[in-house]
Design a binder for this molecule. Structure first.
Ligand SMILES: [Zn+2]
Length: 361
């Protein structure tokens, strides 16, 4: 771009004295020609940036976080570098998670400078990955974790236990019979519960469930603007899970996220798009790039939004509703402008939300 500007500047330095001769006129014409070519070169460069993420026929530009989501889906570097919007939508809607660790690696900030040597020393203390994450979320650098003695670590981790007792959500009644065809997940990570049942269409492989939990954690941190895990619940009612609110006759269409310390936490928008429905409690926003509608429920004190209004990532869309004590978020395929139910029967109608919940944040 700098070179182009220099060429343009040189070409613009016209010698008006040369206008009096035929040879001078030829020189002027040449210079005008160079100016036109230079301007054309400038305009062929700028739209190449402008059309990223909107032109289906053009490769799209992704940041490191978005590339890691693609890597988690198993795409090669070549596929990522030549990604089209059509391919992106296909991956997000039909892809299978193969390597959730790409997301795990980037979520805890303390792992950014975790060398192999430090990792070995930390592991030698007998800490689980979750405990190491918790210490990192509390602000401890890897070197500090190495220097802490075991008693000190135990003391610090006491505060990271997620306090289930503060929840108003009941658990599934143990006497209920799981629906036929549903899959059982023996242990959902991060206090997501034991023997949890999921709709037959939900991939319950270890890689997939790990990704669901990591993506929900990532989204919860952003939505509630808090990185302390002890303040967040994010794996207790996932997409396609049976038994939310002790209701055993339908499955959950979305993901429940909770801010634990208080019910009046502001909720930030984790995507961008146009409002298609808003009533102070529900909000639907359509993302024209991924072609999906994001739905939020149980909000209160929602700002007045008008249908068609464009909302940017990070917009405050309301506050966690004290009566419900969690925010329900789900994703529906296409442009939806009406109420989306969080669950009505044992059929799973909304699409897998996880990668979409975190793609823009
Ligand atoms: Zn819910």
């Amino acid at each position: 771009m700098l070179i182009k500007c220099v060429i343009l500047q040189g070409a613009l330095s016209l010698d008006f004295c040369a206008l009096s001769t035929a040879k001078g006129m030829e020189l002027i014409m040449k210079k005008i020609f160079i100016v036109i070519i230079s301007i054309m070169m400038l305009f062929t460069t700028v739209p190449a940036f402008a059309q990223t993420q909107t032109d289906e026929n053009t490769g799209i530009v992704q940041n490191d976080h978005q590339k890691n989501i693609m890597r988690a889906y198993g795409l090669t570097e070549d596929e990522i570098n030549n990604l089209t919007l059509e391919k992106l939508r296909d991956v997000m809607n039909n892809g299978k998670i193969k390597y959730p660790s790409y997301l795990v690696k980037e979520t805890p900030s303390h792992k950014n400078n975790l060398t192999k040597d430090l990792e070995r020393k930390i592991k030698a203390k007998g800490l689980t990955d979750q405990q190491i994450d918790a210490l990192g979320d509390m602000g401890f650098m890897p070197e500090e974790i190495v220097s802490l003695d075991t008693e000190n670590i135990k003391d610090k981790l006491k505060d990271t236990e997620i306090p289930f007792t503060t929840s108003v959500l009941p658990s599934v009644t143990t006497s209920a019979t799981p629906p036929s065809g549903y899959h059982c997940v023996n242990q959902v990570p991060d206090n997501g519960g034991t023997d949890e049942w999921f709709h037959p269409n939900v991939d319950v492989s270890t890689a997939a469930v790990d990704f669901y939990v990591e993506a929900s954690k990532y989204a919860a941190k952003y939505i509630f603007n808090d990185t302390s895990l002890s303040n967040l619940r994010y794996s207790y009612y996932l997409w396609g899970e049976w038994g939310e609110d002790a209701n055993t006759t339908w499955c959950h269409e979305g993901v429940d996220l909770q801010y634990v310390p208080n019910n009046n936490r502001a909720v930030r928008l984790n995507m961008k798009g146009n409002v298609t429905y808003s009533d102070g409690y529900y909000l639907n926003v359509y993302d024209p790039i991924l072609k999906v509608t994001y739905n939020y429920q149980h909000l209160t004190n929602m700002p007045t939004f008008t249908v068609g209004q464009y909302l940017t990532v990070g917009t405050i869309i309301g506050y966690q509703n004290p009566g419900d004590a969690h925010v329900h978020t789900q994703v529906e395929s296409g442009n939806c402008g009406t109420t989306i139910y969080s669950g009505r029967d044992l059929n799973l109608q909304c699409i897998e939300p996880y990668a979409k919940m975190i793609y823009w944040i």
